[in-house]
Design a protein around this ligand. Structure first.
Ligand code: C2E
Ligand code: CA
Ligand code: CA
Ligand code: CA
Length: 283
């Protein structure tokens, strides 16, 4: 019997070791690594253009986080945002992104067309804690009047958590002049009644719906329906994942307000966004 136990131990021992390492030791050191990265300013805002559907002109941007690591290169958000959310580091991280975005806007203010939309992704922790209100007020404070509209993006799945609290915070944000956008709209399988209950401004149509634009015209009904609902509720739309000229043509016909996607541009660092997208006409 002891021989059997011995072999069982031989088999399980290493697995247990891996488990102990991956659940108890590694997350702690990764969390520490992320904390240090935030302190060092290694989490940087990249910017993706958003354009007016009809004219194709730049109307705003979405801020997307990138971890620029000296050892591991450019780390995409799906590899650290979940950890940031679990560890609540998401709040200081977002605050630091806002600081960087704000200072970029101040440097570029002469080259920005007034009313420019700046969309930032927020997690529900940040909203539920109420700290988002102070952070947005600070962000807007000292930016020239009318230079930008700050857009708070919240995913549809997160908004459903705690109705009263979220409604209250969104209402206060509205009073600051902040625009509220529902991100990944259509993926939450939700009861749509929240669309009437919350103070909302924009629906961001998830890019999975773009695939319904091809290859058959019949598949357009889904995205057409979303744009229809938004119009009836007096909401604007941003369609994400626009990659081809065909997409643009369809979305023009369907009446989407703004478009975002690789067809116009991928997310790029601030300096590159300035160079490509902001008018620098001498004056
Ligand atoms: P999201 O908010 O839905 O952002 C849009 C994602 O779609 C971005 O991925 C963007 O690069 C990608 N994308 C844009 N246009 C196209 C296109 O035409 N085709 C394709 N295939 N993809 C396109 P990214 O930058 O990797 O970000 C992934 C997700 O990470 C974001 O999805 C967002 O949920 C999260 N995230 C990024 N930055 C932040 C942040 O600062 N805070 C929070 N809480 N989440 C963030
Ligand atoms: Ca987003
Ligand atoms: Ca999205
Ligand atoms: Ca998303």
């Amino acid at each position: 019997a002891s021989a059997v136990l011995f072999f069982v131990f031989l088999a399980i021992g290493p697995l247990a070791g891996v488990w102990v390492y991956s659940t108890l030791i590694k997350p702690k050191s990764l969390r520490k690594k992320l904390e240090v990265a935030i302190d060092r300013g290694e989490i940087q805002p990249w910017f993706q253009p958003q354009v007016d559907t009809l004219t194709g002109e730049l109307t705003g941007c979405e801020v997307l986080a990138r971890w620029i690591s000296t050892s591991d290169g450019i780390i995409p958000p799906n590899q650290f945002i979940p950890l940031a959310e679990e560890s609540r580091l998401i709040i200081p991280m977002t605050r630091d992104l806002m600081r960087q975005v704000r200072s970029w806007l101040l440097t570029e203010k002469r080259h920005i067309t007034p009313g420019f939309h700046v969309s930032i992704n927020f997690s529900s922790h940040h909203i539920l804690s109420g700290q988002i209100i102070k952070d947005c007020r600070h962000f807007l404070n000292g930016l020239p009047d009318g230079l930008i509209h700050l857009v708070v993006e919240i995913t549809e799945s997160e908004i459903l958590n705690d109705n009263r609290q979220i409604n209250d915070v969104l209402t206060q944000l509205h009073q600051l002049g902040v625009i509220i956008a529902i991100d990944d709209f259509g993926t939450g399988y939700s009861n749509l009644s929240y669309l009437q209950d919350y103070p909302l401004d924009i629906l961001k149509v998830d890019r999975k719906f773009i695939t319904h634009l091809e290859p058959e015209v019949a598949h357009r009904h889904l995205i057409a329906g979303i744009i229809d609902i938004s119009k009836k509720l007096d909401l604007s739309t941003v369609v994400e994942g626009v990659e081809t000229e065909k997409h643009v043509e369809s979305l023009k016909q369907l009446g989407a307000t703004w478009l975002q996607g690789f067809y116009y541009g991928k997310p790029v660092p601030a300096s590159e966004f300035s160079r490509i997208w902001l008018k620098k006409t001498g004056a």
